[in-house]
Design a protein around this ligand. Structure first.
Ligand SMILES: CC(C)(COP(=O)(O)OP(=O)(O)OC[C@H]1O[C@@H](n2cnc3c(N)ncnc32)[C@H](O)[C@@H]1OP(=O)(O)O)[C@@H](O)C(=O)NCCC(=O)NCCS
Length: 236
């Protein structure tokens, strides 16, 4: 069993803990116990959560405090922080302690044998990652998402529940799709761009641009990705 810490004792963190339990249950059914996780708890920068319990697991404190608790043990981590830029920063901090990124894939997700999901990423239940698709590092592919054939999803991206990514699309690092957003085939989404919930996008979406509506129109440009979380997009 591999020891696992979830960073982020929020809603997404609790959801990730549930998916880890589902992964363990599936591993037990198939007797592939080497795939099991030993979820040892959470790390969180919020001092008020220190030494409390979250979703039934202990909160060991900040990453630094948690590293002290598990100093002599090999530790995997999953970064359950919805904000893409913050997730990138925190994942880098965790790696600096020698922690290894865990890839959390719900057993009810379907990953094509020709697809890749890189370390640190999450794929939720009911999602499909199709032929020749690539999901980058520390990406969140939430529940009921389809990632079509030959799609490239960058690092630290976030595909919210129900989003539909058609074949040959390319989503650059730190970009996000809101819930039920749809990308027509071969759409290009620039770095840190955001497609709003229930929007239909096509063509080229420039970096740091927010588009929404059907068809999607630009409502904002040069928007730092942190503003996404501040506008109700946060999922943890
Ligand atoms: C696109 C989005 C980021 C815009 O948020 P915002 O910057 O706070 O923008 P506002 O709410 O001020 O809306 C600006 C305008 O865009 C419209 N708008 C916002 N989101 C829209 C959407 N998804 N589709 C269509 N129009 C939208 C608003 O009605 C408003 O129009 P108005 O100027 O005519 O009144 C946000 O609405 C969104 O869709 N976030 C994704 C949330 C999500 O799916 N999270 C995942 C949870 S797991």
């Amino acid at each position: 069993m591999r020891d696992l810490i979830i960073i982020g004792a929020g809603g997404f963190g609790a959801e990730a803990a549930w998916v880890v339990r589902e992964v363990n249950a599936a591993a037990e059914r198939t007797e592939s116990r080497l795939m099991d996780w030993n979820l040892v708890g959470f790390a969180d920068s919020d001092e008020r959560k220190y030494q409390s319990a979250h979703a039934g697991y202990p909160v060991h404190g900040t990453i630094e405090q948690t590293a002290g608790v598990f100093a002599s043990r090999e530790l995997f981590f999953f970064c359950a922080i919805g904000d893409n830029a913050v997730r990138r920063r925190v994942a880098a901090a965790a790696q600096s302690f020698g922690w290894k990124p865990a890839t959390i894939i719900h057993p009810a997700a379907v990953i094509a044998d020709t697809a890749v999901v890189l370390p640190g990423s999450f794929v939720g239940p009911g999602s499909v990652v199709s032929n020749n698709a690539r999901v980058g590092e520390y990406a969140i592919v939430n529940m009921h998402v389809s990632v079509g054939h030959d799609v490239a999803v960058g690092d630290y991206c976030q595909l919210s529940p129900g989003s539909r990514v058609s074949g040959f699309c390319r989503i650059e690092d730190l970009a996000s799709l809101g819930s039920n957003a749809v990308l027509l085939p071969a759409t290009r989404v620039g770095e840190c761009a955001l497609v709003g919930a229930c929007s239909l996008a096509s063509g080229q979406i420039e970096a740091y641009t927010t588009v929404c509506g059907v068809p999607a129109r630009t409502i904002r440009q040069a928007l730092p990705v942190e503003a996404y979380a501040g506008s109700g997009g946060r999922i943890s």
